[in-house]
Design a protein around this ligand. Structure first.
Ligand SMILES: [Zn+2]
Length: 161
């Protein structure tokens, strides 16, 4: 886990579990983290990726704010708790963010308002293997883009250069 190389840890002496505080979440963070291996809770205050305070063990039964993303047990052949283990680790929700889950925007017009060729899909009637040579009959092949283009022409949004 490459991202875990740059992070603080909580090494729980009760169960010998190393809890990794991923920098994405804990870069500037203050609160209580539950050990993935047992019920112990540790207070930490991290500023720019390094401990400012802690980890400080809290009394048994202390409520916690968050679980680690990943943990392992180096003394037991690196048995590990992968992200999203119920009751032990958080699911990995950092990526992809919602804004990256949409469909790609197809660019249909150049900056000068002229139709561009490089977008897909085009209708299947465009010849053998989609080939059109140098002649691209936009009106026939892409009637919706053609209509959009006519509107742009009327509005004066198409420039020569
Ligand atoms: Zn523990």
């Amino acid at each position: 886990m490459g991202v875990m190389d740059l992070t603080e840890i909580i090494w729980c002496k009760h169960c010998n579990t190393v809890n990794y505080l991923d920098p994405y979440t804990f870069w500037n963070w203050k609160g209580k983290v539950k050990c993935a291996g047992c019920d112990r809770v540790y207070y930490v205050h991290i500023i720019q990726g390094f401990y400012y305070e802690g980890p400080k063990e809290m009394p048994p039964g202390e409520p916690y704010d968050i679980m680690p993303l990943y943990a392992d047990k180096p003394l037991e052949g690196y048995e590990s708790y992968k992200p999203g283990t119920p009751g032990r680790t958080r699911p990995y929700l950092c990526l992809p963010r919602e804004i990256y889950l949409g469909k790609a925007d197809k660019v249909k017009f150049s900056i000068r308002g002229r139709p561009v060729r490089g977008w897909a899909p085009q209708p299947p009637s465009s010849g053998l293997a989609g080939s059109q040579g140098f002649k691209w009959d936009i009106e026939k092949l892409s009637p919706d883009v053609w209509k959009e283009y006519q509107v742009k022409l009327r509005k004066g949004e198409v420039r020569e250069w």
